[in-house]
Structure formats: C-alpha cells, structure tokens
Design a protein around this ligand. Structure first.
Ligand SMILES: NC(=O)c1ccc[n+]([C@@H]2O[C@H](COP(=O)([O-])OP(=O)(O)OC[C@H]3O[C@@H](n4cnc5c(N)ncnc54)[C@H](OP(=O)(O)O)[C@@H]3O)[C@@H](O)[C@H]2O)c1
Length: 340
C-alpha cells in the first residue's frame, strides 16, 4: 500500500525542502547584500542627480528620518522640497540645508491628514517644478502601544490617511511625469512592523504592510521604464516617534540615530528595490524572518506589552510628581492595569 505512495511523497518532500533551502539561501544573500553593500558601494559612481535629476521632495522632513534623509540628499547635491505641517520648522530646516550644502530648497506646508487636499497643495505650490526623487517618508504611529479601543477614532483615521492615503496619492500624482520622462525614483518608507501583524500597534503595522504590498505592485506596473520604486523598511531608529520608550531613545548597535540611518539608506537608493536601509537592521531582519509568522506575532506582542508597561510606569511616576497634571481618560484607565 505504502509502496505506491512512496515515490510521489518523496518527490513532494524533496520539492518542499528545495523551496525551504532556496528561501534560506535568498535570505542569506539579502542579508549579505544589506550588510556589505554599503561598505563596497562606490558613492559617486553614478550620482543621484545624473541618474534621476536635480530635485527631490521629502514628506515629513522637519524631524527624524525625513529630515536626515533630506540632508543626505542635499549632501549629494540634490535640491530639496521639504513638506511638513509647521512653517517655522520648515523654514529653519531649509535654512540649515542651504547654508550647509549650498543647494536650493523649497518649503511646502501641508497636512497629510487632509488626503487629496494636501496633495493638491503640494502640486499647486510646486507649479512647473519637476520632482525627480519622491520620498514618501511621512508616517504616524500611536503615542504608545495600545489596544484598538484605546486609540481614538480620529487618531485611527489620521494614521490611515498619513500612512496609506498620502503614500498612494503622492505616488499617483508624481509617477506619470517620471514615467513620461523615463527616469525618476520613488522611495516609500514602511517599517519592520510590516513583517508580521503587530498587536498593540495593530493599525500602524497594517498600514505599513499596505505600503509594502502597494510598492511591490507599483514596481511591477512601472518598473523597467527607468523609474526606481524602492520599498524602504527601517527597524527601530532613534527618533521622537519612539518617545514612548527610553530604551529606543538611546543610540545603539541596532538603533541608529536618524543621521546614521539616512546615510546608509540613501546609499541603497537605485541599488536595492527592497531594503531595511541599514546594515544592522539587515541582520535583525534576517533573524526576524526565520520563525513562522505566528511566533513573530507573539514575540511582537510581548515586546509591545513591555514597552507599554515601561511607558505607563514612567507616566504614572511623573503623574505622581506633578500635582494637578491631567492625562486622557484612556491613559488614566491604563494606569489601573499597573496596579493589577
Ligand atoms: N523611528 C522609527 O523607529 C521608525 C521605524 C520604522 C519606520 N519608521 C517610519 O519612518 C518614517 C519617519 O519616521 P520618524 O520616526 O522619522 O518620524 P518623526 O520623527 O515623528 O517625524 C515625523 C515628520 O513628519 C511630519 N509630520 C507629522 N505629521 C504630519 C502630517 N499630518 N502632515 C505632514 N507632515 C507631518 C513631522 O513634522 P510636523 O510635525 O512639523 O508636521 C515630522 O517632520 C515614518 O513613515 C515611520 O513610520 C520609523
């Protein structure tokens, strides 16, 4: 009986084994590339200006990764359009870039929670100025790891508008021009949270999984026409987005500051369509992707529960120190969890 099934079952087993082996080899190749490529890439072999053109636009460019990325592009000779909400911060950042790198800048104040209206403002302010590199960096997360019902409806809508709609509509607004010219680059910034569902940052991680899927499909539609469409997926970077954790506010082997991160991330532009953007993030990503998704989800949940506990404890102790300080109803309710 077993005899007649032995040969086909062995064949199926061998094919599955072969695919597993290929998967691991591919991950090893990716890891080696991410870790080693930045050290061997001749920086100025083909300059970004020559390859794509002189103007870049970076969204969310007055803080964190976006600001550092804009500086790095300027260091490589690109003129930069900075887009964020706050005019004062925009003016300050633009002045810093111009005085340091002697390139041109333009600032546009737009709020990406406003959907297409923000994109229309960007287009109108740009006028005839063509954008050669579009960096969809703007992103928003929860204030700290929360259960879904603790996040306000407004915050959920804003996160979806910023992380999903802004990326989608900005790509739609600029890709046609790049396509007709046969050159240009789009960088869509997601996050390591796209690698698996992430409890207590449920909406954020889901929006970043959207960015990964959207970018890969867009590359399929427009790739091979001279346009680079990169999915940039950082792990932890020391920025104010992670202010909920004192551990993530310290630069370390696995948590670079925004400047260091951007230096490597820009090096991958035009060389890697999918990248974590930083060599030690490549190492982390390799190990993160080894276990099955359900285990990664479990580990992610444990990690976020730890961050949540640390955050609530620090908020509670500062609450005790500051007489009369008021927290939102949801945060106050969460304090009770610590007493259990
Ligand atoms: N930091 C990390 O560990 C990490 C890890 C993985 C992925 N990422 C991703 O990397 C990207 C940048 O993160 P970050 O940590 O650098 O963020 P950040 O430090 O919080 O900076 C956010 C930037 O976006 C602007 N901004 C915020 N809301 C906006 C809105 N509604 N409209 C327009 N601009 C807005 C902010 O300026 P104004 O407030 O002045 O508008 C600021 O310049 C995000 O997509 C994030 O998801 C970050």
């Amino acid at each position: 009986m077993w005899g007649i099934y032995a040969a086909p079952l062995t064949a199926i087993g061998l094919v599955v084994l072969l695919f597993l082996l290929l998967d691991i080899l591919w991950k090893l190749f990716e890891l080696t590339r991410t870790v080693l490529a930045p050290f061997f890439m001749p920086e100025e072999e083909v300059s970004l200006v020559k390859k794509y053109g002189p103007w870049a636009l970076v969204t969310g460019s007055t803080d964190g990764i976006g600001k550092a990325y804009a500086f790095e592009l300027a260091r490589k000779g690109l003129n930069v359009v900075l887009v964020s909400r706050n005019k004062e911060k925009l003016n300050k950042t633009a002045a810093e870039i111009e005085s340091k790198y002697f390139v041109k800048t333009k600032i546009i104040a737009a709020d990406f929670t406003e959907g297409q209206k923000a994109v229309d403002i960007v287009k109108e302010e740009l006028g005839a100025l063509p954008i050669n590199i579009l960096v969809n960096n703007v992103g928003r997360n929860y204030e700290y790891p929360m259960y879904l019902t603790e996040v306000s409806e407004k915050d959920i809508q804003d996160i979806i508008a910023i992380n999903i709609s802004a990326v989608t509509l900005m790509c739609r607004a600029f890709i046609e021009d790049m396509h007709s010219k046969g050159r240009g680059a789009i960088v869509n910034v997601s996050s390591g949270s796209e690698l698996q569902p992430l409890p207590l940052m449920t909406v954020y991680a889901a929006t970043k999984a959207y960015v990964r899927s959207f970018t890969a499909a867009l590359r399929y539609e427009y790739g091979g026409t001279g346009i680079t469409i990169q999915h940039l997926s950082p792990l932890f970077v020391n920025t104010k987005m992670n202010a909920f954790s004192s551990k993530l506010q310290k630069k370390s082997f696995f948590v670079p500051d925004a400047e260091e991160y951007a230096r490597y991330a820009v090096m991958t532009l035009g060389n890697m369509d999918e990248s974590s953007g930083f060599w030690s993030h490549g190492i982390q990503k390799f190990f993160i992707k080894l276990p099955p998704v359900w285990l990664r989800t479990y580990i992610g949940a444990r990690m976020n529960l730890e961050f949540r506990k640390d955050y609530l404890e620090s908020r509670k102790s500062s609450n005790n120190n500051k007489n009369g300080h008021c927290y939102s109803e949801e945060t106050s309710k969460s304090f009770k969890e610590l007493d259990k």
